[in-house]
Structure formats: C-alpha cells, structure tokens
Design a protein around this ligand. Sequence first.
Ligand SMILES: [Zn+2]
Length: 157
Amino acid sequence: MNNNIYETKFIVDYMCGRLAKWLRILGYDTEYSNKNLKTKILLKSLQDQRIVITRNTKLSTKKAYKLIFIKYDKVFDQIKQLITELNLTVDKKNFFSRCSFCNVILTEFSKKDLVKSKVPPYVYETQKTFFYCKECSRIYWHGSHYELFLKDINKLL
Ligand SMILES: [Zn+2]
C-alpha cells in the first residue's frame, strides 16, 4: 500500500507536537491536540478517517480509524518510523504547502502582490514567490530555513 498525500490524514496527540509540525511541512493534513483529550481524538479519527499518532500506549487501536504508537523520542526517528510503517510519500513538490501552525493550505502569490514591509528587506530583494496563510496571515518563502529543511529531509531518506 502506498499512502497518497491526499488520502492520508493525521491527528497527533499532545505528546508529539514537533512531529505534527513536521508532518504539516511535508504536506500532510495534520490536526494537533495540545490537550490530552483521548475521546475527542479517537472520535475525530473515525469521523475524518485520520490516523492517530500517539505515544500513549493505553489508547486502544480498536477505537481509532488507525493508530500508530510512536516509539522514539527524537523527531527525526519519529518521522522515519512513520515513513517506514505507513510507506509515506515524501515528495518535494508537497513541502511547505501548508501552514505549520494552522494546517491550512497556503496560497501562492508573487512579489508584485507583496506589501514590502511585511517581510525583511533581504527577503524582499531575493525572493520572487511567497506563500500566504489565510488563517494566521503568516507569509512564507523558500529561504534559508527551506534549504536547511531539504538537507535534513535528504539525510532522513
Ligand atoms: Zn497559519
């Protein structure tokens, strides 16, 4: 089974916050609960067919659409575990397509539509394309953090 980016959705519990952020950066629809609300997470999993990501071994797999217990402490090991167990698609074209804070799909726009004062001057001078989150109004671009991320993810694969 190959997990398609459009079909695979997650709900991550409060113990795996960094992993939730990474899944969003990889392009996966990922809900995150910063509270320990077991019933809510399980219900949401069934309703939306979301895979529950948890470190809580007391959560019953029978009550979720699907459930993965995270075995590692480090976020890179956690991602590796998911890639292996779920045969996740990791494709550059999906990276940074979502807001890592809101899980909302970002809207692409060009420099001519950008209010100059919204980003640092260096970024304004060097970047052509920007991405906007309509939920939190954050503006993203493929700067040095993006290159670092690509390096990290390449190490992983
Ligand atoms: Zn946002």
